[in-house]
Design a protein around this ligand. Structure first.
Ligand SMILES: Nc1ncnc2c1ncn2[C@@H]1O[C@H](COP(=O)(O)OP(=O)(O)OP(=O)(O)O)[C@@H](O)[C@H]1O
Ligand SMILES: [Mg+2]
Length: 365
């Protein structure tokens, strides 16, 4: 990072305290508005963050910044103020390499999916548990201090963990905040922890509410792996604070999902009151999955014995059956201008098991 030598005095950021000051690596701004307001004024919206960054760096280059001070726009929206929320390093100046972000106002919203519980084949334990969560959120007084709080879904990829959470979001009468754990990892030190706290702040405002953290392994890595990713331990700590501080976060229930439970930090794992395993579908479930999904194909199956297909796809997940069997066969049929036959399906299965995931065991006898 280069040092900046400039004697800038303008702006609330104040004078440069030193002739040579360190260029900030990161600044987070919050739109604060005008010192004076007319009834018709609206806040400017950052439409392109990268472009805004160039614009901001140029006009505030050399400006000393610290948390709490203000930077005033001098060009497009003269005197519009931005409050400096975070600066890293704490007292530094805007430099040519400073990353400048403006907080986005996110309105808590209930995400809508169109998946229902009845669409999820099998996974009875998980369905039962999410029904309990749903009940608690509707009638918290019946549970008192014995409310369901933190639940972990784990198991093989493609077995319906995300799907069941979506069904819960569709069917529950309460809002759900679904987040991908990777989206909680910030680019900068402290950002991940801040994102986690603000997620739970939002959940609390919306309570009763469900927080669904998908792909938890991305942020809750076992300490042995944390060296690989610098800021993970700080994220783990803030997650622990939130999971423990559940009394404070009344009416918030956290569900997390992972397909790599073995890499989850043990202190995080111990905070879950229940771990629900998602297993690969058995014969009957595979048949149900094939029947349900085949019915939605744009092309009819020709003399296909789905029972046989279910029998030879042991080790396939629900996702495999959809993507690697039915979808792949449909695409072949379309390209060859043919139909989806038993032979085509069996060939597709053989191909999927050769190049596919471990361990689909195909049993032709
Ligand atoms: N039990 C199931 N019932 C019905 N469909 C399923 C089931 N399991 C998987 N599928 C199908 O496979 C797709 C992928 O499933 P989903 O995304 O829920 O898997 P996941 O367990 O979250 O996997 P990952 O661990 O990789 O995130 C679903 O959208 C659905 O179409
Ligand atoms: Mg998933």
């Amino acid at each position: 990072m280069r040092s900046i030598q400039k004697s800038v005095t303008k702006g609330q950021g104040g004078k440069l305290e030193q002739a040579r000051a360190t260029g900030a690596r990161y600044i987070l701004l919050r739109a604060a508005g005008y010192p004076l307001k007319s009834l018709f004024q609206e806040y400017p919206v950052v439409s392109d963050p990268k472009l805004f960054e160039l614009y901001a760096r140029e006009q505030w280059y050399g400006e000393a910044v610290r948390p709490g001070c203000y930077l005033f726009d001098r060009r497009l929206y003269p005197d519009f103020a931005f409050k400096v929320i975070r600066v890293y390093p704490c007292r530094s100046v805007v430099g040519s390499e400073t990353t400048i972000r403006v907080e986005q106002k996110e309105e808590p919203k209930k995400v809508e999916y169109n998946v229902l519980f009845e669409d999820v084949v099998g996974q009875q334990m998980a369905k039962r548990k999410v029904r309990i969560v749903e009940k608690f959120l509707q009638e918290p007084e019946r549970f008192g201090a014995w409310a369901p709080r933190n639940i972990l879904f784990y198991g093989v990829s493609g077995t319906g963990k995300t799907m069941i959470a979506r069904a819960l979001a569709t069917e529950a009468k309460v809002p759900m905040l679904p987040v991908k754990a990777t989206s909680l990892i910030g680019e900068f030190v402290g950002e991940g922890a801040r994102q986690i706290h603000s997620l739970f702040d939002r959940a609390e405002q919306m309570a009763p509410c469900i927080v669904f953290i998908d792909e938890l392994d991305a942020i809750a890595l076992d300490r042995r792996y944390q060296d690989l990713r610098g800021d993970v331990s700080e994220i783990v700590n803030s997650l622990l604070t939130e999971m423990d501080g559940i009394q404070r976060r009344k009416g918030v229930c956290t569900i997390a999902a992972t397909n790599q439970i073995e890499v989850i930090d043990s202190s995080i794992r111990s905070r879950f009151e229940e771990e629900i395993e998602f297993k690969l579908p058995n014969l009957d479930e595979r048949l149900a999955l094939l029947e349900k999904n085949a019915a939605t194909l744009p092309q009819k199956l020709e003399d296909v014995n789905l029972k046989e297909i279910a029998r030879i796809t042991e080790g396939f997940s629900g996702r495999d059956l959809m993507e690697k069997v039915l979808k792949a066969a449909l695409h072949h049929a379309i390209m060859d201008d043919g139909s989806i036959t038993q032979k085509l399906l069996e060939e597709t299965i053989t191909a999927a098991s050769k190049g596919g995931r471990e361990p689909p065991r195909v049993m032709f006898t």
